[in-house]
Design a protein around this ligand. Sequence first.
Ligand SMILES: Nc1ncnc2c1ncn2[C@@H]1O[C@H](COP(=O)(O)OP(=O)(O)OP(=O)(O)O)[C@@H](O)[C@H]1O
Length: 280
Amino acid sequence: MFRRLCNSFSLSISKPKPALIFQNPIKKQLKLQQTLSLTPRFFSSSIEMDSTQNNTQLTKVELLRSLESSLGHCFNTNPVCPSPTPLIIVISGPSGVGKDAVIKRLRESRESLHFVVTATSRPMRPGEVDGKDYYFVSKEQFLKMIERDELLEYALVYGDYKGIPKKQIREYMGKGCDIVLRVDIQGAETLRRILGNSAVFVFLVAESELALVERLVDRRTESRDELLVRIVTAREEVKHVRNFDYVVVNAEGKLENAVKLVESIIDAEKAKVRQRNAVI
Ligand SMILES: Nc1ncnc2c1ncn2[C@@H]1O[C@H](COP(=O)(O)OP(=O)(O)OP(=O)(O)O)[C@@H](O)[C@H]1O
């Protein structure tokens, strides 16, 4: 069926019917003049070409002009598909799985992404930069932000507040940027309720529980008791993977693979026919 359609289409192109060329010459001339004013580069001198002329004798421009002439209109230069809508990517996973490490690498490789800086009331860790890693605020300042409805989502995590400022997301989506949000599992659940399927949810996991615990221990930022809380929580959190769209394994020493997979997810999402359409 498709082949039959193609055949009949090519026939109608290669042998323009006399009716198409000579029927109502005034109307035809008018149409050509309109076309000429749109794209003068193709319809400048000889508009109608001999349709039996061998394609190999024609330059590319001549062939294009001839095809346009046979079709009766110029080829459209507008994009076939509209540009993709800004995407919100939520990256989550248990404590110590490597969310920050993955995001740090993504930051370096994808300049078009905007990484929302989360506000937190937790103390700054060595090497962290205020306004880059987090906005470090006091508990009182954080409570004021909640009161003013400035946060898309917030939670009390291990005794400290963490929240996502709405203003930043609106501002960067307005500029056409894709947005990356880094949240814990609790935050991802809340965001799923707020955003539904309008955002893409990625769950990071380690290859095993032992690998996760070793990573946390090596980081040396938690006390023994804090470690115990995080490990018990992580066991529960892994069960939430089914609420996510994608799961990415961040295996020991394979950070690059995890980053590449996240990048592929973003690329695939941007190529989707039915785009997610988040409104904040
Ligand atoms: N693929 C990997 N292989 C080895 N080490 C890794 C890998 N990914 C991350 N790490 C290391 O594991 C530790 C924990 O990573 P990171 O701080 O990024 O986790 P996180 O998920 O952001 O934790 P939290 O939620 O507690 O802030 C860091 O020291 C980081 O450098």
